[in-house]
Design a protein around this ligand. Structure first.
Ligand code: PSU
Ligand code: MN
Length: 301
């Protein structure tokens, strides 16, 4: 039974009730990950990309004491507006932000949790969090991928983390990592983190078959499908690494910590790469939304 404080929209409820494809979408990427007005552009583009494949988008956010799944464009506009106070919500933050009555935008861990409560199998993001270099900072995304079912489409761990340590941790946690049309781990803004993947899917149907097998076995950890950033927007891995080193040094000097680290680094990367990381981020989000919708449609068939 769905907890009473989770409220799907009429559109999402109807799609779920009739077994049609639904894709859960996180909102932290809009409220904390991308600057206005590009976040608005992303909201529209992802919503449209999911619908174009015949699936229903279920954007997850917190508003006025309830968890919502399925936001209108006007509600997304509000979340993405500059100057609007929106909390970044990982799974652990739900009770506090609900109790506050304010607005909250969900990260991968929180979105996956809401999706699991509603029986939404597929979710889409840009890059997942991971194990940061040398600071002991590990994203809550990893643990939630380990204990929540479903299939998450991403472009690999975000370029700001240690990809090898992140991949090892995912292995330890029992999360299946699948390359989409690749046998290399994608690295968010770059196509290749320099690490081999054992499993791959070459079509949405193949990915859906893995989701079905997971469900059939009752395995309660997620399948992570990693779709490399489109070629024409990909950044050079070495250039990204240099930019990340510079930004990490800055974060350290400014004493940035906790949940502020990831938004700080993403903002800094956009500056250092003179906007190229932003274009890559938008391109990979669009591509992931399309793929997630195709997989959701294949799962529903
Ligand atoms: N992907 C993006 N931009 C983002 C994020 C992902 O392209 O801003 C967000 C996601 O919500 C992810 C979160 O779950 O960053 C991870 O934050 P942290 O490293 O603090 O766990
Ligand atoms: Mn962290």
């Amino acid at each position: 039974m769905t907890p009473s404080l989770i409220r799907p929209s009429n559109e999402v409820s109807a799609a779920l009730a009739s077994g049609r494809a639904v894709v859960a979408l996180e909102t932290s990427v809009l409220a904390q990950g991308l600057p206005p007005p590009r976040n608005l552009e992303a909201a529209r583009a992802l919503d449209a990309a999911v619908r174009a494949e015949g699936a229903t988008p279920a954007w997850v956010a917190i508003d006025a004491g309830v968890v919502r799944a399925g936001l209108s464009m006007a509600e997304l506009d509000h979340l993405a507006m500059p100057g609007v106070a929106v909390a970044k919500v990982a799974r652990r933050d739900y009770p506090a932000v609900l109790a506050s009555g304010g607005l909250g935008a969900t990260t991968v861990s929180a979105t996956l949790w809401a999706a699991a409560q509603l029986g939404i199998e597929v979710m889409c993001t840009g890059g997942i969090g991971g194990v940061h270099r040398g600071t002991g900072d590990v994203s809550a995304d990893l643990l939630e991928l380990a204990r929540l079912p479903g299939l998450v489409v991403c472009s690999g761990p975000k370029s700001i983390v240690d990809p090898a340590a992140t991949l090892e941790r995912l292995e330890e946690l029992g999360v299946l990592v699948v390359g989409y049309r690749t046998s290399r781990l994608p690295f968010f803004l770059a196509r290749d983190a320099g690490l081999a993947l054992e499993h791959r899917a070459d079509s949405a149907l193949e990915a859906a078959a893995m989701a079905r097998a997971r469900r059939g076995l009752g395995i309660s950890s997620a399948v992570l499908v990693c779709n490399p950033v489109p070629d024409d927007h990909a950044l050079d891995a070495a250039a990204v690494a240099d930019a990340v080193t510079e930004c990490a040094r800055l974060a350290n000097r400014e004493g940035v910590c906790g949940k502020a680290v990831t938004p700080f680094l993403l903002r800094c990367l956009a500056e250092v790469t003179r906007g190229a990381s932003l274009e890559a981020n938008l391109a990979l989000l669009r591509s992931n939304a399309t793929l997630a919708a195709q997989i959701a449609v294949a799962c529903a068939a």
